[in-house]
Design a protein around this ligand. Structure first.
Ligand code: ADP
Ligand code: MG
Length: 382
């Protein structure tokens, strides 16, 4: 049964009534543009065909009951007690979205709802952003504001994550989830928040490869990279590394420690690669786009130093397969997922080859997800 139907059925079973609304928000994968977001740079994510759904029915009172298919649990609360610390932790992301709506003055009614999805949790495909966005879609529909621009829904999700969850994330995840377009990646300028839909050429699939290596180190190393980028941009005399160029960096080489030089070189070259990938995709040059993904991995591994053995191994195996245009680590690094662009006709053989080859070298069982770029979030009346 599809996830969508399962969520609808669970609603009928649990509440003995028909749901009246169904919202959906997808996960995302970043094709290229890693660690560029907090340097005011460019990212190129796509919404994937895995999503979180919520089926709901408004109530006459102020009670909210939320049933989680995936946590096999439910939470009941009223709109005045959204931040009650005794409520189950899994319900914090959906409650955060409702909290945002209330503090912005939206009159959220009571409702019954079932939430469930198939985005793996904590693998770097942004299940949390999908939960925020799906609840915002639902809440806005119930209050009559479903036509809020998708970009504003995304930015609301970012505020939930910053203010209610306490996670200082960038804008990419929520923007990809809310603004995805079928068959298109989304170029985001993380400074202006302008977006461009970039058509994916025909005949190519996105393959996500979860290394099964949990992301260790990531918080402290992430903070350190951010700090290094700030120092490097100060030394270069630019507002953010987005504004620096390679000639500028070379000119400042003797004023920068080697590590700062390399961090800055990754950011500068990565921004160039994102724009070059966009140009390659727009003209159907998949081999060229794939080559840029490969270069991105090398830069992340050697200059930015956020890869790990597992990400290197799976990318190397993927890059050696026939029909693979290019593969690289994706996300913050130190574990999590890699991403590959693979010719449709080669996908099956690709999956069959990569899984055992990776297990043989690491002892880990990877999960591979084959997807196309999918539509962003939405909500329908049933
Ligand atoms: P990710 O990298 O997938 O975003 P996070 O740790 O940021 O990982 O977010 C995972 C959290 O998001 C879960 O602990 C849970 O609270 C929430 N979440 C994700 N998917 C679901 C779901 N299907 N149902 C309910 N909550 C979910
Ligand atoms: Mg998250």
């Amino acid at each position: 049964m599809s996830v969508r139907d399962n969520v609808l059925n669970k609603f009928r079973e649990h509440f003995k009534a028909e749901p009246t609304l169904l919202a959906r928000a997808p996960g995302r994968v970043n094709l290229i543009g890693e660690h560029t977001d907090y340097n005011d740079g460019f990212v190129l994510p796509a919404a994937i065909d895995r999503a979180v759904y919520v089926a709901a029915r408004p109530r006459a009172d102020w009670m909210i009951t939320l049933v989680s298919v995936d946590f096999k649990a439910h939470a009941s609360f009223d709109v005045d007690h959204l931040d009650d610390p005794d409520l189950p932790p899994w319900s914090k992301y959906p409650r955060g979205a409702l909290w945002w709506l209330l503090q912005e003055g939206y009159d959220v009614p009571g409702f019954d709802a079932v939430i469930g999805g198939n985005i793996p949790l904590g693998s770097g495909l942004s299940s949390s952003a999908a939960v925020e966005v799906v609840m915002l879609e639902l809440g806005l529909m119930m209050t009559g504001y479903a036509d809020m621009p998708q970009v504003d829904k995304a930015l609301a999700g970012v505020e939930v994550e910053h203010q209610f969850i306490g996670m200082p994330c960038g804008v990419m995840d929520q923007m990809a989830s809310a603004m995805g377009v079928p068959g298109h990646a989304l170029l985001i300028d993380c400074r202006s928040l302008e977006t461009q839909e970039v058509p994916m050429p025909d005949g190519v699939s996105i393959v996500i490869m979860d290394t099964a290596k949990r992301r260790g180190l990531v918080d402290s190393e992430y903070a350190l990279r951010r700090e290094q980028c700030e120092i490097a941009s100060e030394r270069l005399g630019v507002a953010a590394l987005r504004d620096a160029t390679i000639p500028q960096l070379e000119g400042a080489k003797n004023r920068l420690e080697d590590v700062l030089y390399r961090r800055a070189r990754h950011i500068i070259t990565e921004n160039t690669r994102v724009l070059a990938t966009v140009a390659a995709l727009r003209t159907g040059k998949l081999a060229e786009a794939g080559q840029l993904l490969r270069q991105s991995h090398i830069s992340l591994r050697d200059d930015y130093q956020v890869s790990c053995t597992e990400l290197d191994v799976i990318s190397e195996i993927a890059n050696a397969q026939p029909g693979c245009y290019g593969a690289r680590m994706t996300g913050a690094g130190f574990g999590g997922c890699a991403v590959a662009l693979v010719e449709n006709s080669a996908v099956e053989a690709f999956v069959q080859a990569v899984v055992p080859a990776y297990t043989a070298r690491t002892g880990l069982k990877p999960e591979l997800y084959v997807t196309q770029a999918c539509a962003g979030s939405g909500v329908e009346k049933l």
